[in-house]
Design a binder for this molecule. Structure first.
Ligand code: LLP
Length: 444
């Protein structure tokens, strides 16, 4: 599987954005996150164009920064004309420091602190997505103290099981997120918001889950949300003007994954919107989508160096098995997804990219636990020093990286047209000590 601008060059090496990955490794070291700029931009444009083509009302693409956010990424998203979804004070601060236009920032969070809300209000972010009644009161007070009215959307949970890993499912009834649509709390939130002087309720939001390879749950959510907009109009006389249906479109981690294309997803979603809007006699609300993974996921590749290789044989149920562990110089700290979500990945040997797969390997990390990145992958015979490229690591890898075992976090480079530039510097051992303090009674 080759994605975005990936290709195999005349040396049999994996190339991304016109850069030979073996050269990237020489220059930047490993592990290394490589981000394909063309591909990210293409995905942004595909969303914008698809919405323009298939939706009859106004629309906005809001990049979900939690997937991958750095100052440089903010600039890229800004250039593509997208909005930006931030879900914490830290993400908001990053966006502000990148001079991202605050009016195009949408602020999320299910337990926003007063400080986060103040930061959002003082910087006049475009939308705050209010998650619960406590936050609504808090925001109303903070805004009134400042004599402003915050533009808000209200997050509701449509009560849908999206059939994805339970840690990334959010639209079902039993969830910490949002106001429940079925038990009346959503309507209560709407009535409250409409009566408040510190908030300006513009619309509704829902996000039901992530890495959805089948989009029928999102289509169902759209239907329920339109129905609810109608109910709101009937009960309060107010026709809310914005509807944000969140993110969630899945990507190809494996060649066998076959998610709908961005165009197919948007087209089907818009058809459902149109049908249901017509039925309920509502006009087209501004439609917002918040893709994260499907913008940046397939555009990221992690390069590792192979070190130790070891073969084990073992018997199970009377049968003899062999496993070959190939160990790389990263793992859990740069990609926790296999452990957290049982996520699957594919890999290419970057310096042997034109060779056929012959041997089954188990790719293990170098942390002090069984941090297997891939349990079974067919690769050309490996030797220490080979460069392993793990695919589709652009989303939720760098953003979830840690310093477990005191591993410095890897660098991230942006590649395009044969040029590679840093997005994030590699951490050093010294960086690891930056916030350590030796209590006075332990000092030498
Ligand atoms: N909007 C909201 C409110 C969200 O909570 C999320 C993701 C998105 C948009 C973007 O969803 P996407 O298009 O990326 O599926 N760490 C997990 C993923 C958590 C997703 C959380 N919310 C993982 O590594 O799979």
């Amino acid at each position: 599987m080759l994605l975005g601008t990936q290709r195999v060059n005349e040396f049999g090496h994996l190339e991304i954005g016109g850069c030979d990955t073996t050269k990237l490794v020489e220059e930047f070291g490993t592990p290394l996150y490589v981000l394909d700029e063309e591909y990210i931009r293409e995905n942004c444009r595909r969303y914008v164009d698809a919405l323009r083509n298939y939706y009859k009302g106004e629309s906005r693409v809001v990049y979900a920064g939690k997937a991958f956010l750095t100052l440089g990424m903010c600039r890229l998203v800004e250039q593509e004309g997208l909005w930006l979804d931030v879900s914490s004070g830290g993400e908001l601060y990053t966006a502000l420091k990148a001079d991202f236009p605050p009016e195009r920032i949408l602020m999320h969070g299910n337990n926003k602190s007063p400080e986060e809300l103040k930061l959002a209000i003082e910087n006049e972010v475009g939308r705050i997505v209010v998650d619960n009644l406590h936050e609504l009161e808090l925001l109303n007070t903070i805004a009134q103290e400042r004599g402003v009215r915050a533009n808000i959307l209200l997050r509701v949970t449509p009560g849908i099981d999206p059939h994805t890993h339970r840690f990334i499912a959010t639209g079902q009834v039993d969830t910490k997120f949002g106001l429940n649509l079925k038990n009346g709390s959503a309507m209560e939130g709407i009535r409250k918001a409409l009566s408040m002087n510190g908030v300006n309720l513009l619309g509704l939001h829902c996000h039901i889950g992530s890495q959805l390879l089948r989009i029928s749950p999102i289509l169902k959510a759209a239907e329920i949300m339109v129905e609810f907009l109608k109910e709101v109009k009937d009960q309060t006389g107010v026709e809310l003007r914005e509807l944000d249906l969140g993110g969630g479109l899945g990507i190809r981690y494996l060649s066998t994954h076959n998610p709908p294309s961005i165009e197919e997803f948007v087209q089907r979603l818009c058809a459902v919107m149109e049908k249901n809007l017509k039925r309920s006699g509502l006009s087209y609300p501004v439609l917002l989508l918040e893709p994260g993974r499907s913008i940046v996921g397939e555009a990221g590749t992690t390069l590792y160096k192979v070190g130790a290789i070891k073969e084990v044989t073992f018997s199970k149920n009377g049968k003899l098995f062999k496993r070959i562990y190939a160990m790389v110089d990263g793992g859990l700290s740069d990609n926790p997804r296999p452990q957290l979500y049982n996520a699957k990945y594919e890999a290419i040997v970057a310096n042997k990219a034109s060779q056929k797969g012959e041997v089954h390997y188990t790719i293990a990390g170098k942390h002090c636990e069984t941090d297997v990145l891939i349990w079974d992958v067919l690769l050309p015979p490996l030797e220490p020093g080979d460069i392993l490229a793990v695919l589709s690591t652009g989303a939720y890898n760098y953003s979830m990286a840690s310093n477990y075992n005191r591993f410095p976090r890897p660098a991230a480079v942006l590649v395009r047209n044969g040029k590679a530039e840093l997005l994030v510097k590699r951490e050093t051992y010294e960086d690891l000590l930056r916030f350590d303090v030796i209590p006075s009674h332990l000092q030498k």
